[in-house]
Design a protein around this ligand. Structure first.
Ligand code: URA
Length: 211
């Protein structure tokens, strides 16, 4: 599991995450912070994108300069609804990425994820996939989302979250050992309601102000 999980412990991310955790942080602030953190997570998760070189002219001289290789196309997939908060930041960084959505809700009694929406671009097979969801708690939703998305045959898959719980990470890594996970922090545990402790509460409610 250790090689599969990257904790992005950049000081700016850690500071902003602490602000997000605070119960008194408003919806507006929470949303902006998640967007800012997503930009920073985005840098890390795209670190290995390949480059090609092209001849350009600066005002002073010609040079052979790096640009993103055009064959490396991305698809971002948001696990609804809280994934939207990370998606917005990532899209700012990668404006030409295509976007898919998968809608899962957790049955409140069994905590088992149930799919209610699924749409991805038609050319997913030619794209590297980055799946986003702020909270990897039990891991059930993440595992179910990746199960479903694997059936669309993307070139590769990465999973980006804000917070993860150790038991959820273990579950995810056991079922999908080839999918790299990026998170800003690993918290203590998941409670009996499926919440990450200490966590930040319900990410969707805090993002959209629904509670
Ligand atoms: N989903 C959330 O929104 N919060 C948690 O703590 C766990 C799952």
């Amino acid at each position: 599991m250790h090689n599969q999980v990257t904790v992005i412990d950049h000081p700016l991310i850690q500071h902003k995450l602490t602000l997000m955790r605070k119960a008194e942080t408003s919806t507006t602030k929470f949303r902006n912070l998640l967007k800012e953190i997503s930009l920073l997570l985005g840098y890390e998760v795209t670190r290995n994108l390949s480059l090609k070189y092209e001849e350009i002219k600066t005002p002073l001289a010609p040079m052979n300069a790096p640009v993103l290789a055009p064959d490396k196309k991305l698809v971002l997939v948001s696990i609804m609804r809280a994934g939207q908060g990370i998606l917005d930041g990532m899209l700012e960084l990668m404006p030409s990425a295509r976007v898919g959505h998968i809608g899962l809700y957790r049955d409140p009694k069994t905590l088992i994820p149930i799919e209610y929406y699924f749409k991805v671009p038609h050319d997913v097979e030619q794209r590297d996939m980055i799946i986003v969801d702020p909270m990897l708690a039990t891991g059930n939703s993440a595992v179910a989302a990746v199960d479903r998305l694997k059936s669309t045959n993307p070139l590769s898959m990465k999973f980006v979250c804000l917070l993860a719980a150790p038991e959820g990470l273990e579950h995810f890594c056991n079922v999908h050992p080839e999918v790299q996970v990026y998170t800003a922090a690993i918290d203590e545990y998941v409670d009996e309601h499926g919440y990450i402790i200490p966590g930040l509460g319900d990410a969707g409610d805090r993002l959209f102000g629904t509670k």
